[in-house]
Design a protein around this ligand. Structure first.
Ligand code: C2E
Ligand code: CA
Ligand code: CA
Length: 757
């Protein structure tokens, strides 16, 4: 085959290859795709030009080839420059440089085209080679301009590549070196043709080959060694310990963390295998496994998460395997700490409520041995403790109560803190020594720094009958039992029975009904006559009655204690006082007085003095006709204030009576300090004076002493004429009791004792 045909074929093949590769490059998603594609397509015109020159037998096609070649080279070097910048990942933002290069190249293209008219740059000459006509270029001086420009750009490209090579790692520099040396070779190859002016100019073969090489390096070349290197580096730096094994399971490599873990330098693989044994044992025989391991070391227990993976080839033969060991100690400890925190109350260290419930449930469901007591523990005066001594002391009390539980609850029991000032216990009935606990609780004090303060603890006990009952429901029942004790300072333990729950329901029901009862006048005052020593009715005590639409006639004992607990007593009393004043207003024309009851709780909820002042003013009633019955219980706390309060009431003209004297804490001593007008001697005194002489003496003395103190004695509960006579002889001035009359409706009272004016 002749040379011309051969090279023509080569050029055609190269052109096709460049076109195909160029299109592939354009369609690739890589950022370098577009500059690469442009460069590859830009190579096609000069290759075609080269083809025309070499295959031309007449001057015209050779001339056209020449122009294609030169002008094409201009475009080629420009797109080469852009491609190389992209290849080296150098952004070409400098617009000025781009415009400069482009305009130089544009000028050159212009100059080359001008050659058509002026023939100043080059011409073609015909020569004979192997007996065949060929054309080759004859350059003139201005043609050097073109060369200068092209070489300039090529030099710039080489410099860029060289710099990039020098400033990259050894492995990374390879991809620049390949391009650099190929391009250098191509330039030398082309220069040879330019200088030798061989008529068979094959220079573009070099450029085209370069283009194809660049195509491969830009899109397909994977630097395997670089990849290996990076992966090894990453493995070496991993925070996990990593071991690589060959196909027969011998360790061939281990990373830094792995060397640290085993305490080896990694030189002696025998030593590695030896020390690795406790870790590698878990899944022996299986391909891939994960497991965890606990090992006791010098600095305590360590937790490890292990993963072994075996790698196989396509046919299933083992290539090798790797083992990674992560030291999970910190995470594990955090988990355990968190679990502990969730299960233990921070302040007292006792179980938290959820965990206590959980434990109780488990114990009950697993229990085959007898009955259990569920105990609700409440610090009854905790709010007071917090208010009086401060929250820090309150915390202290809680801690000491926790210690008390630790001491009280036997081994067989479970206990924890439910919330705030409440605790819970589960204990076998057989191990619950109520008497011992009662003793401990009655003597339980906390040192405030100044005094030993009695912390009042109440326990409600629910005997578990049905172990499948919700723990919270059982505690609700135990709580009801404890609530029954309320302000009881003497009893500390109460057992739940269903009546308690009924009582609670009753309380809720009756409390809900109160508002209506007042507005609908279901609640009314009854009057019980008060009699003097001559048998004359001088006044009455107003006693509350509730005619409930559902439950019928309710005596005060059924609801007063409930309302005293929840504070609604103030509503009832205020209403009763108003009724009394209204009644006195109606009795304008006689001297009858009315006594009203004041609950000790009323003082919490209102300003009693101004309440009464307001009422007598509103109804225009003489305050001396409204007698106020207070009980000695109000003197339990804040005595000074109470004394002042009573003095104020007397000052305002009211007559103050001390009710139920002798039923509670009263002392005769108290009497002399109390600004009161009347004492109502409780009926228990009268009852016991019937039985023994001593009580009768005390009764007589109370009457005498009060008379000496200028306090009028009144005895209540007089049921017989004999009592009336004896009391009169003792010097008692006023009397109240069934002997004279039972409490009755206002209209009955009026019918019997009020003479129409
Ligand atoms: P209290 O103030 O000691 O009232 C006297 C109670 O003794 C009344 O019971 C009365 O019916 C009863 N009684 C009177 N004479 C005799 C007698 O000869 N024998 C016996 N066995 N009992 C007699 P009542 O009406 O059931 O009231 C009970 C308590 O309820 C009262 O005791 C008082 O503490 C309270 N109470 C009644 N009404 C009111 C009220 O309006 N407000 C407040 N805060 N408490 C009230
Ligand atoms: Ca009374
Ligand atoms: Ca009384």
């Amino acid at each position: 085959m002749d040379i011309r045909a051969l090279f023509s074929l080569v050029f055609v093949a190269l052109s096709v290859a460049l076109a195909v590769c160029g299109l592939i490059a354009f369609r690739s998603r890589k950022p370098i795709g577009v500059p690469l594609g442009r460069m590859l397509l830009a190579l096609i015109p000069p290759v075609a030009g080269n083809l025309l020159i070499i295959s031309a037998t007449t001057k015209l096609p050779a001339t056209i080839g020449c122009y294609l070649y030169y002008i094409g080279i201009d475009f080629t070097v420009f797109s080469l420059l852009r491609y190389i910048l992209s290849y080296c990942n150098i952004p070409w933002k400098a617009n000025k440089a781009r415009v400069f290069v482009l305009s130089l190249l544009g000028l050159d293209v212009f100059q080359l085209l001008a050659n058509i008219f002026f023939g100043h740059a080059f011409s073609l000459e015909r020569i004979e080679l192997y007996g065949k006509p060929y054309y080759r270029m004859v350059p003139y001086l201005p043609q050097n301009l073109h060369r200068l420009l092209v070489y300039g750009v090529l030099a710039a490209v080489l410099v860029i590549l060289l710099l990039k090579m020098l400033h990259s790692s050894r492995i990374a520099s390879r991809r620049y070196a390949v391009i650099f040396f190929t391009l250098l070779a191509v330039i030398i190859w082309c220069s040879f043709y330019v200088i030798s002016r061989t008529p068979l100019d094959r220079s573009m073969i070099g450029y085209a080959a370069f283009g194809l090489l660049a195509f491969y390096f830009s899109l397909y070349y994977k630097p395997v060694r670089l990849l290996n290197r990076i992966m090894m580096d990453i493995s070496a730096e991993l925070p996990d310990s990593v071991f690589f094994f060959d196909d027969v399971g011998s360790c061939i490599w281990l990373n830094r963390e792995a060397r640290r873990l085993l305490g080896v330098d990694g030189q002696d693989m025998g030593e590695v295998a030896e020390k690795l044994k406790p870790f590698n044992a878990s899944g022996e025989g299986t391909d891939s496994w994960t497991s965890s391991l606990e090992l006791d070391g010098d600095e305590g227990r360590h937790y490890y998460a292990l993963e072994k993976r075996t790698i196989r080839d396509a046919r299933g033969y083992v290539d090798g395997s790797f083992l990674s060991i992560r030291d999970d100690t910190e995470a594990q400890q955090n988990l355990m700490r968190e679990a502990y925190r969730a299960r233990h109350d921070e302040l007292t260290g006792l179980y938290t409520r959820p965990y206590l419930y959980h434990c109780i449930k488990q114990r009950l469901s697993g229990a085959s041995d007898g009955a259990f007591c569920l105990v609700f523990v409440n610090i009854s005066n905790f709010k007071l403790i917090n208010d009086v001594f401060g929250v820090n002391f309150g915390d202290d009390v809680l801690k000491q109560v926790a210690d008390l539980l630790r001491a009280l609850v036997p081994q067989s029991g479970i206990y924890g803190r439910l919330a705030g000032d409440t605790f819970g216990i589960l204990v076998p009935v057989a191990d619950f020594d109520a008497e011992a606990i009662e003793r401990r609780l009655s003597g339980f004090t906390v040192d405030t720094g100044e005094i030993d303060y009695h912390v009042l603890i109440h326990m409600g006990v629910y005997e578990v009958k049905d172990a499948s009952m919700e723990v919270s429901v059982m505690f609700d029942r135990a709580r009801i039992a404890a609530a029954g004790l309320r302000n009881d300072y003497h009893t500390h333990i109460a057992w739940y029975d269903d009546r308690m729950r009924d009582n609670l329901l009753w309380e809720q029901q009756i409390t809900g009904d109160l508002k209506n009862a007042l507005t609908e006048r279901q609640i009314v005052p009854y009057l019980q006559p008060l009699v003097d020593a001559t048998g004359k009715v001088v006044g009455a005590e107003a006693l509350v009655r509730w005619n409930h639409p559902e439950y019928g006639f309710l005596p005060p004992a059924r609801f007063i204690p409930i309302f005293e607990q929840n504070g609604m007593i103030a509503e009832v009393d205020r209403y009763m006082w108003r009724c009394a004043c209204a009644q006195l207003d109606r009795w304008r024309d006689n001297d009858l007085f009315i006594s009203v009851n004041i609950s000790p709780k009323d003082f919490y909820f209102m300003d009693v003095t101004s309440e009464f002042r307001g009422l007598v003013k509103e109804y225009g009633v003489d305050p001396a006709r409204l007698r106020l019955e207070i009980t000695e219980n109000i003197m339990i706390s804040d005595v000074e204030n109470k004394v002042r309060l009573l003095a104020d009431l007397r000052q305002a003209g009211f007559i103050v009576e001390m009710d139920d004297f002798g039923s509670g804490y009263s002392s005769l001593n108290m009497l002399k300090n109390m600004p009161i007008d009347v004492i109502k001697i409780d009926m228990v005194f009268l009852r016991s004076s019937e039985q023994d002489e001593k009580s009768r003496m005390i009764l007589r003395n109370i009457i005498h002493m009060s008379t000496d103190l200028n306090i009028v004695p009144l005895t209540e509960g007089v049921e017989t004429e004999k009592q009336y006579d004896e009391l009169s002889q003792m010097g008692c001035k006023l009397f109240q009791g069934y002997f004279f009359a039972r409490p009755m409706t206002v209209s009955d009272f009026e019918a019997q004792y009020v003479t129409a004016a």
